[in-house]
Write a protein that binds this ligand. Structure first.
Ligand SMILES: [Zn+2]
Length: 397
């Protein structure tokens, strides 16, 4: 790739959620509007039929007026509901526009060294930070940054506020919020064949058994678990057998069913379903962006204390190094020599020098050390001291 040129395809590759999230929200709002219309129109049609019947027989004026009043009431309610969902749709459309403009801004930039590109990257960095904070539960800080920097339309504050509430409820061992979320997104969850709703129902059942409310548990099972028998027969059988085991049992799988870890798994499952529904990446975009950069720097010498170079971010084992752990090594066509003291590159204007013990340092690095120590230089690998005049130029083949 040409140096200094903006790689637009590469940039947009990881920006898909930016447009997909508001598009998904728009679709959801439109579906909700349609549901309201279907529901209210069914009721209003029933009213009309009722009126028609009355007209055919003995007309009861007061009854007819009552029915008409009810129809008006329903229509007013429908209008209010539609106004609410239309406002949501409007927000999603506006958000999409702002995001498209943000992406269009960078389309006209060709040089990666131009101020316009730097500005765009700064905004991207800001929204990646907000996204990272939202995903890690720092929602108030994230909101404050977003409003201070006026990037509210480029980040998904409401989405994470909503999912944060659901997660909080699950942490408090309450499934109600998450079940409501499942009901709101049922068709999308069915499409990805999610087992989240069943697992939530199963957990509620387990809690009833744990509380020794066996009769209630059986009723609950009949009402909510049996409907899933086609796909979850073996779990339902385990649920039934669970009635015979107490919470302090050592017998698997019943011990595991009583385990509090199941709540953590539910949170994880909810999180990944929420991400899948909104086309969000499972990792924060900040992590992914950093990993894209780190993958270009990782070499087989990384993580090796003896060989580490001071300027290599991958070699910082407790920060960037951790993000790069699972990444493959970068493919380098040309190798380069790096001075282990200064981290500077060796080349024609900074030739490599060999000390008598065979270790190589850059000219600049040795000259600087010699200046401070009466011409003597010390090898940091072996501790041996030499006069700089004993260093020989190294020639690369
Ligand atoms: Zn390294």
């Amino acid at each position: 790739m040409e140096k200094g040129k903006v790689n637009h395809d590469g940039l947009f590759n990881i920006e898909q959620p930016l447009l997909k999230v508001p598009a998904e929200q728009l679709k959801k709002a439109a579906r909700t509007t349609q549901r309201y219309i279907d529901y209210f129109m069914k009721e209003i049609n029933a009213d009309v039929t009722k009126l028609g019947k009355n007209a055919g027989g003995s007309v009861d004026a007061s009854q007819a007026v009552k029915t008409l009043d009810e129809m008006v009431e329903r229509l007013v309610k429908l209008k209010r509901k539609i106004a609410e969902t239309k406002a949501e749709e409007f927000t999603s459309v506006e958000r999409t526009k702002t995001r498209l403009n943000h992406l269009t801004d960078v389309m006209s930039v060709t040089s990666s060294e131009s101020p316009a590109f730097n500005r765009w990257c700064q905004t991207r960095m800001e929204r990646l930070l907000v996204d990272y904070m939202l995903r890690n539960g720092y929602s108030r800080t994230a909101q404050a940054i977003a409003s201070e920097l006026k990037i509210g339309d480029l980040v998904d504050i409401e989405l994470f506020a909503e999912s944060g509430q659901v997660e909080e409820a699950l942490r408090n061992q309450n499934c109600a919020e998450c079940l409501k979320w499942c009901a709101d997104n049922r068709s999308s969850l069915e499409k990805i064949q999610s087992t989240l709703e069943f697992n939530l129902r199963f957990q509620e059942y387990i809690e009833l058994v744990r509380a020794q409310k066996k009769e209630e548990a059986i009723k609950y099972c009949r009402k909510y678990l049996i409907t899933w028998q086609a796909a979850h027969m073996s779990e339902i059988q385990q649920a039934m057998a669970l009635l015979a085991f107490s919470p302090d049992t050592w017998c698997e799988p019943y011990k595991d069913l009583y385990s509090p870890h199941r709540w953590t798994s539910l949170i994880d499952q909810f999180r990944s379903s929420n991400h899948a529904l909104h086309n969000l990446t499972s990792q924060p975009l900040l992590t992914m962006t950093l990993q894209a950069g780190l993958s270009a720097l990782k070499t087989p010498a990384c993580y090796n204390d003896d060989d580490r170079t001071i300027n290599c971010p991958v070699c910082s084992a407790d920060t960037f190094g951790r993000l790069a752990e699972d990444l493959p090594n970068a493919h380098h066509v040309n190798s380069c020599l790096v001075d282990r003291v200064t981290g500077g590159l060796m080349g024609e204007d900074n030739l490599p020098l060999v000390l008598p013990n065979g270790f190589v340092y850059s000219t600049k690095s040795l000259a600087e050390a010699a200046l401070q120590n009466n011409g003597m230089v010390r090898c940091i690998k072996t501790g041996d001291q030499y006069h700089i005049s004993t260093a020989r130029k190294a020639f690369l083949l």
